[in-house]
Design a binder for this molecule. Sequence first.
Ligand SMILES: [Zn+2]
Length: 120
Amino acid sequence: MPYLRSADARLHINILIGIPLFALYGALTTELQTKTLVLAAVFYFLTGFGITGGYHRLWSHKGWNAVAPVRFIVLMFGAAALQGSARWWCRNHRAHHKFTDTTKVRARSARVTPVPRMIR
Ligand SMILES: [Zn+2]
């Protein structure tokens, strides 16, 4: 698997492991304040929307459109979710969808639950 040996993979793995460890350290060494909890909850939903509404529906599927300032804000929240750039995410997501609505199976697909024949 060439990707797993790449510099990008090392960076992503370090981010995926490092940020939760940093958050755990902060959670164990800092007193939780209500405003921190509220900010975390708001940020959770905004970054979630950055991915689901922005990266996924807006840019991957072009399911909706918005004026440039709104696109920029959604882009920033998507980037804050640390799931890679919008371009990288959308390219991979479009590749994911290329075969999901067909009977073809993509090589090395992570598909684990094939659609039963009776509902195709
Ligand atoms: Zn999709």
